[in-house]
Structure formats: C-alpha cells, structure tokens
Design a protein around this ligand. Structure first.
Ligand code: C5P
Length: 244
C-alpha cells in the first residue's frame, strides 16, 4: 500500500485516554456536522485479535509485523476496517483489550496502522478520527484537534455504569494500566498536541462537551455539507461496547 498522506485540512482529531468520552462525543459531532467517523483503535484491536487467534506471543515481533503486512498493507481500500470478521463485541473481549496496548507499542505495527488510517481518510474526506496519536502523529496538521480527559475515578464510574456487572476497583486498575502503557510507549505516546483544545469532561455532561466541540469546529469553518451530498460513513462500535 503506498504511503500517501491525504490532506489534513478536513480532519478533526479527537485524542485522549480510555473512557474520556471520545466515542460518544465524536459520534455526536459527526452527526451534527455530517462527517465520516473512524475509531482508530479498531486496527490495533484487529491485529491483537488475529495475533491471539494465531497463538502468536507478543515477543514474536517479526510474526506480528508480517501479520500487519498481510492484513493492513494488503487492504488498499481500507475495507479490512469494515470486515464482518471483526465484530465490535469480539474485538472488545477482555483478552484482546489487554493485549492491544502491547501490540500498539510495536513501531512497525504503528507504521502500518498509520498508513491504513491515511488511506481511509483519503477515501473518506471530511472526517473525525478518535484515538491516541491522531493530532500528534497521524494528522499533525489536522484542522481541529481535541484532547479529552477525565479523572481515572470518573472514567471507571462511567465504565461501571455502561456495564453494571463490572467491579469498580478492577476497572480503575485496568484504566490506569492502559493509561500508563499508552502514555509511556516510545513511539507516538498518548499526549495532547501543543495546539489541541483540551477538555476535562469529568464534571461536564455529554451535551456540554459536544457543544464546546461543535462551537470550535464551526469557528474553524467546519459546517454540515449542503443537502444532496453523499451520506457520511461511520465505523463505530455499538454504544454498549464503546470506549472500553
Ligand atoms: O480506543 P480503543 O480503546 O479501542 O484503543 C485500544 C488501544 O489501541 C489503546 O489503548 C491504545 O493502546 C491503542 N491505540 C493507539 N493509538 C490509537 C488508537 C488506539 O495506540 N490512535
């Protein structure tokens, strides 16, 4: 797959740690402004899913990179992201969620995923992409950048509210472990871009966050396209499994 970096002029980057509210607010913004939407964690989860299915160990770097080559580099039209094989529920099972940050530390994996996201964005201009490194690394020239955050306790409470069977302490521990892994990796660590608008969502409602984000996008000239233009695509997981 050629490494073509599409124009970042119509990209909105939404980064931040797990359960900061990225998915819910990005989907609302996509709908308000008629934007395509991508969860950039999905390709990392696909790699972790396949690595588990093939019994690969995380130390088998060469094998994991060739897996990326087969799955992502071969997907010229980025259609792997919409494949039925990767049902959201399957990609969010606990063993996958535990493995993803380890897979996402591998530089070769990040290169392949970044190329795939560029490919997807070239095919879906006017888009909002959520992740960990969109504003810093994947699209450093994105037109608008947001960095959403919230205290670990608030994020754990949100997860427990989404899935009442989960134990608060275990979720809190999991969130802190994932934050640490994402923030301390050598390549493209989770950190706000210098020019990102940071929003602490701890004490805000979803509507308040979406309002701030929409206002900023409109200030930067991003509006709903005229009626009759092609409907946007949303590659998202169902609300019950979001932002795990
Ligand atoms: O957003 P989601 O929870 O699906 O992301 C799963 C993991 O994928 C993150 O914890 C992170 O390790 C990795 N990821 C990343 N860069 C992105 C998106 C996700 O490293 N842009």
């Amino acid at each position: 797959m050629p490494d073509t970096t599409p124009s970042a002029d119509w990209v909105i980057a939404v980064d931040g740690p797990v359960a900061a509210g990225k998915t819910t607010t990005s989907l609302a913004l996509a709908s308000a402004l008629g934007l395509n939407y991508l969860e950039s964690g999905k390709p990392y989860r696909i790699i972790a899913f396949e690595a588990l299915h093939r019994n690969l160990h995380i130390d088998e770097l060469h094998a994991i990179e060739s897996l990326c080559e087969d799955l992502l580099a071969a997907s010229d039209d980025a259609s792997v992201l919409a494949s039925d094989r990767y049902a959201p529920q399957a990609l969010r099972l606990r063993p996958i969620t535990a493995l993803v940050p380890l897979v996402a530390r591998i530089p070769g994996v990040r290169q392949h995923v970044t190329r795939l996201i560029h490919r997807w964005a070239a095919l879906h201009p006017r888009c909002i992409i959520e992740g960990r490194d969109i504003g810093t690394t994947v699209f450093p020239a994105a037109r608008v950048k947001f960095y959403l955050t919230a205290t670990p306790g608030v994020r754990a409470e949100r997860r427990v509210r989404q899935e009442p069977g989960l134990a608060y302490q275990a979720i809190l521990h999991d969130i802190m472990r994932r934050d640490y892994a994402d923030m301390t990796r050598a390549v493209a660590p989770l950190t706000p871009a210098d020019d990102a608008t940071e929003i602490d969502t701890s004490d805000l409602t979803i509507e308040q966050v979406v309002h701030r984000m929409t206002t900023m996008c409109r200030k930067r000239g991003i509006e709903q396209p005229a009626a009759g233009t092609e409907a946007p695509r949303q590659l998202a997981t169902p609300p019950s499994t979001q932002d795990t």
